[in-house]
Design a protein around this ligand. Structure first.
Ligand SMILES: [Mn+2]
Length: 350
């Protein structure tokens, strides 16, 4: 079971005093449910406490998260650079959530580097590259949103939690655990969920708002990818899916439409590693998911300029899609031993 460094949380909490200070919250580029949920949840909490808060998203987020209510002003850096820069200049405290490497904010990196106030980081990814003055970094948490709730509890801020805070943090935990299907063996996760449910939130409704809110073309894209584009590399217990820009256009691609796609092949018995290749302008974006002991983050870091969690990582390759796919396949023999080992461990469990 995890041990929480209460003193560290309290020290960092004291940075937030007095409440007149202006706080800027920044999640990572291509924000997912946890990045959005932890940023908005923390933002609403701090506003309820009397702070001035602005949330700057490096780029826009999927429309199925639009219903989450932010009391703080939100700015999208990519489309509102001037306003975003002005807000960063005016900020006293920067709180970075759900990432631990400054390069994860995309082209907002330079503006963050120039931030002159105090910087706090709250995150659950491994191997932080330190760029903040204060760090709460703990990989035993399911999500940053769960960490934010502990932060709130330890600082005795629960009196500032309302429905909007609880809803946002619930979204973060729900999405980062794949609706409570992975990273859920720590009792603390459910303790936090149980606390959030006390704030009159409707968990059934939240699930439906996020997962029953997709476009028909997104579902057709999913069907196409699984039916036509999924390749099973049996010897390596690996599945790959690759999508070109043209294919995405054919399915009226909207941000978020490929989120979660990489998880599907892991439902196949015997598959321990799933990789999604998406062709972008000038590069290929890769998502890696694994089961058991296979270190998806190591492969991502070693060969594809990436990293992340043991079982969920990302990366990018500055090459053509075909070359990238070929390079990946040629790498697999080097990982055969680890893939087989992970697969054998899992067989023991079934
Ligand atoms: Mn997260």
């Amino acid at each position: 079971m995890k041990t929480v460094d209460t003193e560290l949380f309290k020290t960092i909490g004291s940075v937030l005093d007095p409440i007149e200070k202006k706080i800027v919250i920044v999640p990572h580029h291509n924000p997912d449910g946890d990045a959005i949920g932890s940023a908005i949840g923390l933002g609403n909490l701090l506003i309820n406490r009397g702070h001035k808060v602005v949330i700057i998203f490096p780029n826009d987020y999927p429309a199925y998260y639009n219903w989450i209510e932010s009391k703080a002003k939100t700015v999208i850096y990519n489309s509102q650079k001037k306003i975003a820069k002005r807000e960063l200049e005016a900020g006293d405290i920067l709180i970075c959530v759900d990432f631990n490497d400054i390069s994860r904010v995309g082209n907002m990196e330079k503006s963050l580097q120039n931030f002159e106030g105090q910087k706090i980081l709250i995150d659950h990814h491994p191997e932080p590259k330190v760029f903040c003055d204060f760090l709460i970094s703990d990989t035993t948490y399911s999500s940053t949103s769960e960490m934010v709730f502990d932060f709130i509890s330890i600082l005795d801020f629960e009196k500032f939690v309302d429905k909007s805070v609880a809803e946002s943090l619930y979204v973060g935990i729900m999405t980062d655990t794949g609706s409570f299907s992975h990273n859920i063996s720590e009792p603390n996760t459910f303790k936090v969920i149980s606390n959030l449910l006390k704030f009159d939130i409707n968990a059934d409704e939240i699930h439906a708002k996020v997962y029953h809110n997709y476009s028909a073309s997104r579902m057709r894209l999913l069907g196409y990818c699984l039916n036509q584009k999924m390749e099973i590399l049996e010897e390596y217990q690996t599945a790959v899916i690759s999508i070109t820009q043209d294919e995405l256009k054919n399915f009226n691609f909207a941000p978020g439409d490929t989120e979660g796609l990489v998880n599907y092949p892991l439902s196949i018995s015997g598959i321990v590693f799933s990789v999604l290749f998406i062709e972008k302008e000038g590069h290929v974006k890769l998502s890696f998911r694994s089961k058991g002991l296979f270190p998806a983050n190591q492969l991502a870091a070693n060969h594809f300029n990436g990293g992340g969690h043991l079982n969920a990582a990302g990366g990018e390759d500055f090459d053509e899609l075909e070359n990238s796919l070929l390079k990946f396949k040629q790498l697999l023999p080097d990982y055969l031993h680890q893939l087989t080992k992970a697969s054998n461990e899992l067989k023991k469990l079934v």
